[in-house]
Design a protein around this ligand. Structure first.
Ligand code: 6CS
Ligand code: FE
Length: 302
């Protein structure tokens, strides 16, 4: 028996029409909004669009060491056989590495960068912990893309995330340009929950992280939201930071350019929004995809 009402029913045979979200996009009160590092204009932009681009947030030499660490890991066949590592369909290149903050002290420190934490707490109005961290890597010429989706739809259904009170911080480890598969987002789509049809197979994550097949909004829904506010694909140098709300629809194309595209994602969840039983009634996903144990409030790294 689920231990709370499910306001965001999804993955049923006949998907309902999309409907407005219940929670605010920015959860902090007036004082927290004003006292945080983001200006009122930046908070307003995030609230309106569901994402915010901060060019060169980190210096390139800070992030180049992380990209180099990923390169080293990719040469280690034993490492590539770990559950946290998802290889691309051609099994040649790494597509994703999950729980990077558990595998690398340097990544763990980055999750507690003081300025980044203060920004995230300004948006979520609460202390936070890491729900999920991952590197998504698209090698030149062959890195596959990701279908349109809301992360919250998956995290609610498969992980038991109760409310829309989480934000993804995507740190560019390489330049993101219009040709190497940058993240595309639909401004304003965070305001609507789009139920998806189709039931979730048990252990779905064994397939979904290579190619998502359930939890995909209908093309009509994606088309209608894109018709309202268009599509944006922020680009810029390595070190740039993209903050996007857990329910903002996003996708990315495969990388046909000769240049790699690698982004580091930290998903910050409010401690008041810790996971409960998955609302889709599937078994909870492994800890490296959805934290249930390590959920104490993050303390900034001085
Ligand atoms: O299942 C998940 O948690 C992952 N799936 C996608 C397509 N984006 C968010 C997350 O990394
Ligand atoms: Fe996603």
């Amino acid at each position: 028996m689920l231990d709370r009402t499910d306001y965001y029913r999804t993955r049923e045979v006949n998907a309902q029409e999309m409907f407005p979200r219940t929670e605010p996009v920015v959860h902090s009160n007036e004082k927290e909004r004003e006292e945080g590092p983001l200006s009122p204009a930046q908070v307003g932009e995030y609230e309106q669009d569901g994402f915010l681009w901060l060019e060169s947030f980190f210096t390139q030499d800070v992030v180049s060491s992380f990209f180099a660490e990923l390169d080293e890991m990719a040469k280690d066949r034993d490492f590539c056989d770990r559950d946290e590592v998802i290889m691309d369909t051609n099994r040649e290149k790494i597509r994703s590495v999950f729980a990077m903050h558990e595998l690398s002290p340097a990544f763990d420190r980055l999750t507690r960068d003081k300025l980044l934490l203060d920004i995230v707490r300004q948006l979520l109005g609460d202390d936070v912990y890491i729900h999920q961290s991952r590197i998504n890597s698209k090698a030149g010429f062959c890195g596959n893309g990701f279908e349109w989706h809301s992360d919250f739809e998956t995290w609610h259904s498969e992980d038991g995330m109760p409310e829309m009170r989480a934000v993804s911080a995507s740190i560019m480890l390489t330049d993101n340009n219009p040709f190497n598969g940058p993240l595309m987002l639909i401004p304003g789509s965070q305001n609507c929950f789009v139920p998806c049809s189709g039931s979730t197979p048990q252990r779905n994550w064994e397939q979904s992280l290579k190619k998502q097949s359930v939890g995909l909004p209908s093309r009509e829904a994606v088309g209608s939201l894109a018709d309202r506010n268009g599509i944006q694909a922020p680009t810029g140098p390595a070190g740039s930071l993209l903050l996007f709300e857990c329910n903002t629809l996003h996708a990315s194309n495969r990388n046909m350019s000769p240049w790699p595209r690698a982004n580091l994602f930290f998903v910050y969840n409010a401690v008041s929004n810790r996971l409960v039983q998955p609302f889709g009634r599937t078994d909870p996903r492994p800890e490296h995809l959805a934290a249930r144990q390590r959920t104490t409030p993050l303390i900034a790294h001085q």
